[in-house]
Design a protein around this ligand. Structure first.
Ligand code: ADP
Ligand code: GN1
Ligand code: MG
Length: 355
């Protein structure tokens, strides 16, 4: 695709500095189409938003405006929305809905943990992010994706996709289906805790993978938490768990060779040191106890989501080849199994850190 030809006129609807020199695809996100826009003065990120995943664009952008304004007001580096020429937070035409952010320069995003220090720093940053939002009024937030980390509900959706088997793919993934079915009674702990008040409802990011944080390209210290689409009330176990899911693996999320995929407990320790160090004052005893479980839950949930999408014909996550979602599902379920087998050791590490 000629991205410049396709999107230049959309770029011109925004209050950009300079004239557009190039438009190219950027990053490794699974949801939005992310474009790097370069003008003769500076760089921007433009995203064609995924309206299948986020149908309520007004609510989504209102959430992001409110959160970024709040964070900026506290002096925290965050995404900066570039308005349209008529002062709106996004632009819509028959081809889609678009938003533009300042490109945050001199940063890197990691697709895989480069070393323990980077992962520890990202843990501290996601913990701090939660601290920064502790005073934010959650009632102004729209729930842009209902029941996002409601794992029992995700399981119900998985069962529907399996029953329908609309693409005849269930036959290719019997071991994965069996794994999910065998674990069905392990999915409810966090939802139950939120419902009965034993787990506090907080404002959470909900998509805390390593490539949703920008690190300084010289110091590897975190600069900004990005991908704010899923900020909603939730549990800190979601944020902690999702980071471990992605980052404490010895291989990429879509590694085909499962012998390379392992849960690395030393990476878990590094992240837990950073994260717990930041939330020490607010984490409850029950949350601390459930951190290992949170890592398991987010990993098995994500595996189940990839499997559901595979069974449903790949309509949710962006895929690069047929079977991509099944490959992703396999890494997640392998990790989930290993995490489950490491609960004891993980619990000891959390205790040590919080002692
Ligand atoms: P998705 O929702 O599809 O995951 P993201 O918002 O996470 O999309 O963006 C995809 C990638 O683009 C990020 O992982 C990051 O590498 C890069 N990115 C996004 N916003 C910025 C920004 N403001 N400055 C620099 N890089 C960015
Ligand atoms: C998606 O948007 P992105 O690529 O950062 C997904 C997450 C999954 C993740 C798996 C809105 O994250 O929930 O955990 O892929 N985001 C949404 O890599 O569904
Ligand atoms: Mg992202």
């Amino acid at each position: 695709m000629d991205y410049m030809k396709e999107f230049k006129s959309v770029c011109e609807k925004f209050a950009l500095k300079g004239s557009v020199l190039s438009v190219e695809p950027y990053g490794e996100g699974h949801i939005n189409l992310t474009l790097l826009v370069t003008t003769d003065e500076k760089r921007y990120i433009m995203q064609k938003m995924n309206t299948n995943v986020f149908p309520d664009t007004e609510g989504l952008m209102a959430n992001i405006c409110a959160v970024t304004e709040y964070l900026a007001g506290k002096g925290v580096e965050t995404l900066c929305i570039i308005p349209t020429l008529d002062g709106k937070s996004y632009y819509a035409d028959e081809s889609g809905k678009y938003r533009v952010y300042d490109f945050i320069e001199n940063t890197v995003t990691y697709q895989k943990v480069a070393n323990k220090e980077v992962f520890k720093n990202s843990g501290a940053a996601f913990g701090e992010f939660q601290n920064h939002l502790a005073g934010f009024d959650a009632s102004v937030l729209t729930e842009v994706i209902a029941r996002f980390h409601d794992t029992p509900n995700r399981f119900e959706n998985f069962k529907k996709a399996l029953e329908a088997d609309a693409f005849g793919r269930a036959k290719d993934c019997a071991p994965e289906i069996d794994f999910v079915l065998a674990h069905k009674d392990t999915f409810a702990k966090v939802m139950e805790g939120l419902a009965d008040g034993t787990i506090p409802l907080r404002v959470t990011h909900n998509d805390t993978k390593l490539n949703n944080i920008l690190m300084d390209d010289k110091t590897d210290m975190a600069r900004a938490v990005i991908d704010l689409d899923t900020i909603m009330p939730g549990s800190m176990l979601f944020d902690f768990g999702d980071s471990i899911r992605f980052g404490a693996s010895t291989a990429a999320e879509d590694e085909k060779d499962l012998t390379k995929v392992h849960f690395d407990i030393e990476l878990f320790r590094a992240y837990a040191e950073g994260y717990c160090g930041a939330v020490k004052a607010s984490i409850t005893e029950k949350e601390a106890e459930l951190l290992p479980y949170g890592a398991y839950l987010m990993t098995v949930e994500c595996g189940m989501r990839f499997l559901t999408d595979y069974l449903s014909g790949d309509t949710y996550f962006a895929t690069k080849y047929e079977g991509h979602n099944l490959v992703r599902c396999r890494t997640q379920l392998k990790l989930a199994g290993e995490i489950e087998a490491s609960f004891g050791a993980m619990g000891e590490i959390v205790k040590e850190i919080l002692a």
